[in-house]
Design a protein around this ligand. Structure first.
Ligand code: HEC
Ligand code: HEC
Ligand code: HEC
Ligand code: HEC
Ligand code: HEC
Ligand code: HEC
Ligand code: HEC
Ligand code: HEC
Ligand code: HEC
Ligand code: HEC
Length: 298
């Protein structure tokens, strides 16, 4: 790469050191990293940094992120001569993140420090690639939010392919509807204060208030539902009646356990084991507003 750079340019830039500290003229970076710079020039950073920098740091262009380039100019092939963000870079992840956080702290990233991603050594640049527009927004490293997340979370990709699943692969929602990848006070990286609040964003009717509440619904939707997907209908964690009998096995009419023999195909068919099972009668499993719906049957 060096051989394409006219020597005179090198000397010109070296003589500019005194004034600019360790920063060098951006034209030099562009000269050696031509296509990289061309791609970068279409991004929001390039537009703002060159057209309307709000401070001295932004006006540094490439070097606002990569740091001063003087050492690198002298030894371009020595890795570590400049702040690098690619996988093979010598710059520690924490230092890389510090560069981005210098301009992007706060907001959605209020809980970045100590978050599962930060403490697992994930870098901003694992999800973001500011060198080109790979995604239509958000400068992501892949073409979409979901693909960016799936690049590490393979098992979640499988969960969204189960028989019953949130319509994420169909493009109706993304991981960001429920999670904040930048950190959150709610485990696991949920964007709202509780798990149920996350679900209420779209399933508002489940919030109530109900005259007759069903305790587990108020407590945690995930007691009965797998939020990504399930091979049981309606994202259920397991089939009915087992679902209900995890908690209701020895009270009132349900004091005997419904087993395989009580299913539609069995010798001792029981209405509590057929079809929608317990929900044949207890239809209002999320709560009832009927004056006499105390048993969630209407
Ligand atoms: C004289 C030519 C030259 C100039 C000027 C130059 N580079 Fe480089 N740069 C290189 C070469 C050669 C490499 C090594 C490429 C490789 O290993 O594939 C490199 C590597 C890099 C890397 C990867 C480093 C790493 O450890 O991951 C970054 C980032 C980089 N340059 C940014 C810049 C920036 C920003 C500027 C301007 C401040 C700049 N370069 C100026 C030639 C140059
Ligand atoms: C907003 C911060 C930012 C700015 C501004 C920026 N870069 Fe980068 N650069 C990055 C990140 C992050 C990566 C790592 C991308 C990835 O994941 O592969 C990168 C990667 C690179 C690489 C590839 C390194 C390698 O080893 O693959 C080069 C070369 C480079 N930048 C040069 C430049 C040049 C030249 C400019 C200015 C024209 C510039 N960068 C401006 C953040 C920035
Ligand atoms: C010198 C300040 C500065 C640095 C350093 C910086 N950015 Fe930015 N970034 C900006 C500005 C300015 C904008 C555009 C306005 C805004 O969103 O605040 C922006 C926008 C973004 C956006 C939103 C893009 C969009 O399409 O909405 C992302 C994502 C981003 N930066 C990621 C990064 C990452 C990752 C790094 C570190 C590799 C980084 N930035 C380093 C100043 C900076
Ligand atoms: C685990 C993946 C992931 C990591 C790690 C990550 N981000 Fe993001 N970031 C995203 C996604 C996804 C978006 C949403 C993009 C969109 O709206 O299309 C986003 C959006 C942004 C935005 C634009 C929207 C906003 O909130 O202003 C900025 C700026 C940003 N991230 C900066 C950072 C910085 C700085 C870091 C490191 C401290 C970082 N991100 C780490 C996934 C990540
Ligand atoms: C570079 C790899 C990487 C990418 C990309 C990534 N993650 Fe992660 N994520 C991790 C690691 C590592 C953990 C730590 C736990 C583990 O090993 O599974 C984690 C954990 C999580 C957790 C569980 C947090 C907890 O407290 O248990 C959630 C939720 C999560 N990521 C969501 C996302 C979302 C949403 C995206 C896309 C915006 C994303 N991740 C992209 C690596 C990644
Ligand atoms: C409809 C909301 C929703 C969407 C969309 C969603 N998640 Fe989740 N995710 C959750 C909830 C709620 C939990 C916690 C489950 C629990 O506690 O039982 C969770 C848990 C996780 C975990 C922790 C491990 C686990 O499976 O329990 C990871 C990792 C994760 N999600 C990644 C992702 C990724 C990646 C995407 C996008 C491809 C995504 N999630 C989309 C709601 C969602
Ligand atoms: C961003 C909006 C959104 C959020 C947040 C959300 N959902 Fe959904 N949910 C949907 C959509 C869209 C459907 C599909 C509805 C349809 O196909 O008619 C759906 C369907 C469902 C179904 C029925 C699945 C089936 O197979 O019929 C269940 C159960 C469900 N969601 C539970 C939850 C739970 C539990 C949460 C919280 C962890 C949650 N949802 C959060 C949008 C959301
Ligand atoms: C006690 C177990 C249980 C809990 C807890 C629970 N659900 Fe359900 N949910 C069910 C059952 C059973 C069905 C299937 C109902 C049917 O087949 O009529 C269902 C169906 C659904 C459906 C699809 C059909 C419909 O009624 O719209 C959605 C959406 C849903 N639940 C959301 C939620 C949300 C949101 C929460 C938390 C606020 C929650 N569920 C908590 C058991 C539960
Ligand atoms: C995670 C445990 C759990 C699961 C699973 C569960 N329930 Fe409940 N259910 C409860 C609790 C706790 C109460 C409140 C009992 C009380 O107030 O004495 C309750 C109350 C009820 C009541 C009202 C009875 C009364 O005495 O007030 C009915 C009916 C009921 N559940 C039916 C169901 C059905 C049908 C299912 C399966 C779709 C189910 N439950 C799944 C924990 C659970
Ligand atoms: C054929 C209709 C029917 C089916 C099927 C059914 N139940 Fe009931 N269940 C009722 C009626 C009616 C009551 C109210 C009895 C009363 O008020 O004394 C009731 C009461 C209850 C109660 C409250 C008992 C108490 O002691 O207060 C619970 C809990 C319950 N059912 C759970 C279940 C579970 C779990 C299943 C599935 C294994 C189920 N039911 C299947 C009709 C049914």
């Amino acid at each position: 790469m060096l051989k394409y750079l006219p020597l005179s340019v090198l000397f010109l830039s070296l003589s500019a050191f005194g004034e600019e500290g360790d920063y060098i003229d951006q034209a030099l970076c562009e000269g050696c990293h031509r296509s990289t710079s061309e791609h970068w020039s279409h991004t929001v950073h390039a537009r703002i940094f060159s057209a309307g920098p709000r401070n001295e740091l932004e006006a540094r262009g490439c070097q606002a992120c990569h740091g001063p380039g003087a050492d690198h100019l002298l030894e371009p092939t020595r890795s570590g001569s400049i702040i690098g963000f690619a996988q093979r870079s010598q710059t520690p992840v924490a230092d890389q993140n510090q560069v981005c956080a210098g301009c992007h702290a706060g907001g959605d990233r209020l809980h970045w420090d100590g978050s599962m991603h930060e403490s697992s050594g994930v870098a901003c640049s694992d999800c973001h690639n500011p060198m080109a527009e790979f995604s239509s927004q958000g400068l992501l490293s892949r073409e979409s939010i979901n693909e960016t997340c799936f690049s590490c979370h393979q098992s979640q990709r499988g969960e969204f392919r189960r028989r019953s699943h949130m319509p994420l692969l169909e493009g109706k929602l993304s991981c960001l509807d429920c999670h904040n990848p930048h950190g959150s006070a709610t485990d696991p990286l949920l964007k709202t204060d509780t798990l149920n609040e996350t679900c209420y964003q779209c399933h508002a009717e489940k919030r109530g208030p109900f005259l007759w509440e069903h305790a587990p619904v108020q407590e945690d939707c995930a007691l009965c539902h797998l939020p990504h997907g399930s091979n049981h209908e309606k994202l259920l964690v397991t089939a009915r009646p087992v679902l209900c009998q995890q908690c209701h096995s020895a009270i009132g009419h349900v004091n005997e356990l419904i087993t395989r023999g009580n299913l539609a195909s069995g010798p001792g068919r029981d209405p509590r084991g057929i079809g929608r099972s317990c929900s044949n009668c207890h239809v209002q499993v999320h709560g009832s507003n009927h004056p006499s719906g105390a048993r969630l049957q209407r």
